[in-house]
Write a protein that binds this ligand. Structure first.
Ligand code: FAD
Length: 573
């Protein structure tokens, strides 16, 4: 560029203008090439002359439509990329620099929320915390995105990518919220207190205490159902919490390395490499699929000598897996599992579990029952939910709950039957819906709306009382005050008219391995069932959009790329 400007200074005045026009038209690369050739001035003059001679610029040939469409697509892509980065950047900045919080008003009611799962966190996200003194109690100081938990067992996703600290979530609220890392051991509905215990490893002088409440929301979820089958609790792994996924990941590699041990007996190699999953619901199916992927894509390549010995068996007591999905998706899943060499044993009931074997009873097509013994290296138990002790204890204290078996029976406003100021959400509540994250989240959202409305109602009622008190105090103000009372009453009627909770089913999704998924999606008034590789992309994008924060989303995307590019990490912690 320096040499070009020097060349221009030697030209007569009109020529300078022409030269600068020419320069603007000359491609930068042409100038740079000439400059490096060491004759910038001559080259420029030649170019200038040629430009002068052909004054009339050649007519541009219009670009074909095809290219125009590409150009526009490319521009749109760039624009959406910039928009996306700006959106994520702004969200992240806001998360990292929240506004100062206001202190809660001690005269307001104390609302205690038990748990930091789907139900409770959905409530907390939408609750206007300025209306209450909110206290959250949970032994888990983070929210866990459970739908991607099966992917953590094989290292497709790292566990921290699907965790969101509750402190970060609560810091985003306008009025501050108290959090206690503890387990509620009992609830006294007569005294309106919760007894809590610090169950963490490090303890202070005080490990137990009581918290009084005016309003209580129970969202403690459920524990694993073992149906009292001998040996299940002692010998199997569950898949509910992060710790469970970490344990499974360790055990898979332990089984593989032990099977590869020098001079290992053939019998033990077969047993150790036999992974059994009990429970053919979405969790069991997803885990079986992830496990087979892990073996096919990574372990097989790293330890080829054991490649023909690895087996996954899925055991289900019902006649088919994924009982809540459409018939064609069940068939699709079963045929995909056959291709993946996952053995499905339906109509099979586990009777007893020892440290190395599962004893079960299988019903043959002719109706005959047969006893089978399955030696296993890893057993994952994913059969459903049981009531937590704190919920069982509360149910025992409320006479109206005496007939309830599967959790706290609630009315259409999610109020625990037999109480006036206790609500329940999610897996611990019996409202007539399946125990899913979708239901729990919608229930939490509903309660947030209800509580926000209740607070507004109280404010409006207070306003009406004040306005009524000032009526006729000053002469001539009655018409204006009556009008304001009427308007406030109208607002009050609108707010008070809260419809009961109504669950809206969005559909069911499940990953079935080999980058395939099945989806039963609600479509207007009907249902749209689909399965395969495209559904897998839909499954991924749906779960990605449902992740709690942008941080979670970016981490999950990063994990997917990482495991695809470098393979899953097989090192055992
Ligand atoms: C592996 C897996 C995959 C799943 N995939 C899907 C899916 O794809 N789609 C779907 O819709 N659903 C899915 N689910 C089901 C879904 O996760 C649950 O239905 C949902 O978590 C229920 O929400 P919740 O709020 O009732 O309980 P949870 O989310 O289980 O939360 C319970 C909370 O209560 C706390 N707690 C426990 N005991 C106490 C106590 N004594 N005192 C105080 N707090 C306590 C816990 O620490 C936890 O924070 C999946 C579940 C699992 C395990």
């Amino acid at each position: 560029m320096a040499s070009s400007s020097r060349a221009m200074s030697k030209l007569p005045m009109p020529s300078v203008a022409m030269a600068s026009r020419m320069l603007a038209q000359t491609p930068r690369r042409a100038i740079a090439t000439r400059a490096t050739a060491g004759k910038p001035q001559n080259a420029l003059t030649r170019q200038f002359r040629r430009g002068y001679a052909d004054e009339a610029a050649p007519a541009r040939t219009p670009k074909p439509r095809r290219f125009r469409a590409w150009r526009w697509t490319w521009r749109l892509l760039k624009l959406s990329l910039v928009g996306g980065v700006a959106y994520v950047g702004y969200g992240t900045y806001q998360d990292r620099h929240p506004e100062p919080q206001v202190a809660p008003d001690p005269s307001k009611k104390t609302l205690v929320v038990l748990g930091t799962g789907w139900g409770s966190v959905s409530l907390l996200k939408r609750l206007d915390t300025e209306n209450y003194n909110v206290i959250v109690i949970s032994p888990r100081n983070y929210f866990l995105f459970t739908p991607l938990l099966p992917s953590c067992t094989t290292g497709t996703i790292e566990h921290r990518s699907i965790m969101e600290p509750i402190r970060t979530i609560l810091r985003q609220k306008r009025a501050s919220v108290k959090y206690y890392e503890a387990e509620a051991s009992s609830i006294d509905p007569d005294r309106k207190v919760i007894h809590l215990v610090d169950t963490s490893d490090i303890k202070g002088t005080i490990t137990e205490t009581e918290v009084p409440y005016d309003m209580l929301v129970i969202g403690v979820g459920a524990e694993n159902a073992t149906f009292g089958i001998e040996g299940v609790r002692e010998h199997s792994c569950f898949l509910k919490e992060i710790g469970d996924a970490q344990l499974i990941r360790k055990k898979i590699m332990d089984c593989v390395e032990t099977a590869a041990f020098k001079d290992q007996s053939q019998e033990d190699i077969d047993r150790l490499l036999h992974m059994v999953v009990v429970g053919g619901g979405p969790t069991g199916v997803e885990f079986a699929g992830e496990l087979q992927d892990f073996f096919d894509e990574d372990i097989k390549k790293l330890i080829p000598e054991i490649s023909d010995r690895f087996r996954v068996t899925l055991v289900e007591a019902l006649p088919n897996v994924l009982p809540s999905f459409s018939k064609q998706l069940i068939e699709f899943t079963e045929s995909t599992f056959k291709e993946e060499k996952i053995d499905i044993k339906t109509k099979t009931t586990v009777k007893r579990v020892t440290d190395k074997t599962i004893e079960a009873e299988i019903t043959r097509p002719d109706g005959k029952k047969e006893k089978i013994v399955l030696p296993y290296g890893l057993l994952v138990w994913a059969t459903g939910n049981a009531v937590r002790p704190v919920v069982k204890d509360l149910m025992g204290r409320i006479p109206a709950q005496k007939d309830s078996r599967r959790g706290l029976a609630v009315n259409e406003y999610l109020v625990v039957q037999g109480t006036r100021d206790i609500w329940a959400v999610g897996d611990c509540a019996v409202a007539g819906y399946a125990p899913t994250a979708q239901v729990a989240a919608q229930e939490g959202n509903f309660l947030a709306r209800l509580f926000n409305n209740m607070a507004k109602t109280e404010t409006l009622e207070e306003d009406i009382r004040e306005l009524s008190g000032s009526l006729n105090v000053k002469p001539g103000n009655s018409a204006e005050i009556s009008r304001r009372i009427e308007e406030t009453e109208r607002q009050l009627r609108r707010i008070k008219d809260v419809k009961p909770f109504n669950y809206s089913h969005q559909g069911s999704l499940a990953y079935i391995g080999s980058e395939k998924a099945v989806a039963d999606v609600s479509w207007f008034n009907g249902n749209f069932a689909t399965g395969g590789s495209l559904t897998f992309l839909f499954w991924r994008s749906a779960y990605l959009s449902m992740c709690f924060s942008s941080r979670n989303r970016l981490l999950v995307i990063n994990d997917w790329f990482k495991s695809k590019l470098f393979g899953r990490d097989v090192s055992r912690e």
